[in-house]
Design a protein around this ligand. Structure first.
Ligand SMILES: [Zn+2]
Length: 332
C-alpha cells in the first residue's frame, strides 16, 4: 500500500496522475465485504434496485418474490457493468423495501459492487418511518444504526457503507431534525457518510447547521436531489461549506440540465464537491412484474460524452471515480 502511494507520488510529480488520487485512502463496506475506496472504479452514487412504497406499517418480504426481483434487476446491473460501472450505491432505506441479502445476491450475480445503507427516511410526510422513530430519542435511533454498522443488517453479516436518511423540504420538522441529529451521532461513532434526501436548499442548509452543532464536518453530508434546487447560490454555498452536492436525476430527458449544473459548479471552482447519478431503477413492489424499471445507462451513454465535450476527460474521472471515492471513505 505504501509502495503504491510512493509510486503515485512520483507519477504525480511528473504530472501523470491527478494529485487528488493520492487522497484516496479509506475503506467502505460493500454487501460482499470491505474494499479500499481507491478500488471502487466508476460509481453510481444513488440508485435503487427494489422499492416498496406501501408504508412502514405494511412493508413485508411476503409482498414480493425475490427470484422475480433478481430476474428483473439483474440485466440492468449487468448492463451498467458492461458500460464500465463497477460500484452502485443502493439508496433504498429500511421500511421502503431494503433487503441486504437480496442486494448481496444481485452483486454476486452481476459482478457489480453494491453498497447498502442504514438510516430512516423521513420525507414523504413521514409515511416510511416506523412508529418507534417518533417515540425514541435521536440517541436511541443512532444506536440502532450504529448496531447495524457493527453487527450487520437484519440478522445478516452485511454491513452498510453509507447512511441514508430523508427529510421534507422547507424548514426541518421536529422529526426530520431528530433524524439529522441521529445521523450526526451515528456518524461520530461509525464514520459513515450521510446521504440525505434533501430536495431544497432550506432543508439542506438547516441540516448542515445541525451537523455543525453536533461537531460533524459538512464533508460527511451528501445533499441528495440537489438538482431540484433552483437557486445556484444555495448550491455553491453548500459546496463552500464543504458538503457534497449531488445531481442525481440524470435521465434521457435531463442530460442537458445536469451538464449545465455541473458546468456551473465547475466554473465556480466546486467540481470537487459534485456527485452524479440517475436515481433510476427499480423493481416496484406491488406492481405487475415490478412495473417499469428505468435502466442505469444514461450516465455512461450520454452524460459522460457531454461532460467530456463541455469540460474534459479529467472532469469525467473526478465525477465518477475520485469524488465518489472521497465521499464514501469512512471517516474513522
Ligand atoms: Zn432515490
Amino acid at each position: 500500500m505504501h509502495d503504491r502511494r510512493e509510486f503515485l507520488g512520483s507519477l504525480a510529480a511528473l504530472g501523470v496522475v491527478p494529485l487528488t488520487l493520492l487522497a484516496q485512502d479509506g475503506r467502505v463496506a460493500t454487501v460482499t465485504g470491505e474494499v479500499a475506496v481507491r478500488d471502487l472504479g466508476m460509481v453510481l452514487m444513488h440508485e435503487h434496485l427494489m422499492v416498496d412504497f406501501i408504508g412502514a406499517g405494511k412493508v413485508s418480504r411476503s409482498r414480493y418474490d425475490a427470484d422475480e426481483v433478481v430476474r428483473v434487476a439483474l440485466p440492468h446491473l449487468k448492463e451498467a457493468h458492461d458500460l464500465g460501472c463497477r460500484t452502485l450505491v443502493e439508496c433504498t432505506p429500511a421500511f421502503l423495501g431494503r433487503n441486504a441479502a437480496l442486494l448481496q445476491r444481485l452483486s454476486q450475480a452481476s459482478g457489480l459492487r453494491i453498497i447498502a445503507n442504514t438510516g430512516y427516511y423521513g420525507a414523504a410526510r413521514d409515511k416510511h418511518l416506523p412508529a418507534h422513530a417518533f417515540k425514541e430519542s435521536a440517541r436511541d435511533l443512532a444506536q440502532r444504526w450504529i448496531n447495524e454498522q457493527r453487527r450487520g443488517i437484519d440478522g445478516t453479516d452485511i454491513l452498510p457503507g453509507i447512511m441514508k436518511i430523508g427529510v421534507d423540504p422547507g424548514g426541518l420538522s421536529d422529526i426530520d431534525r431528530k433524524l439529522v441529529e441521529a445521523a450526526a451521532i451515528a456518524h461520530r461513532a461509525t464514520g459513515l457518510p450521510i446521504a440525505s434526501h434533501t430536495v431544497d436548499g432550506t432543508a439542506a442548509h438547516q441540516s448542515l447547521d445541525v451537523l455543525d452543532a453536533q461537531g460533524v464536518a459538512a464533508g460527511a453530508f451528501i445533499w441528495v436531489h440537489a438538482h431540484n434546487e433552483g437557486d445556484d447560490a444555495s448550491l455553491k454555498r453548500a459546496a463552500e461549506r464543504g458538503a457534497w452536492v449531488e445531481f442525481d436525476g440524470i435521465g434521457p430527458d435531463s442530460v442537458d440540465r445536469h451538464v449545465q449544473l455541473v458546468k456551473m459548479m465547475a466554473d465556480a471552482g466546486h467540481l470537487g464537491r459534485v456527485l452524479v447519478s440517475h436515481d433510476a431503477g427499480w423493481y416496484h413492489v406491488g406492481e405487475e412484474g415490478g412495473g417499469t424499471f428505468r435502466p442505469f445507462d444514461t450516465v455512461f451513454r450520454r452524460f459522460v460524452p457531454a461532460i467530456r465535450a463541455a469540460l474534459n476527460e479529467a472532469a469525467v474521472t473526478q465525477l465518477l471515480v475520485t469524488n465518489p471515492a472521497q465521499a464514501l471513505a469512512r471517516r474513522a
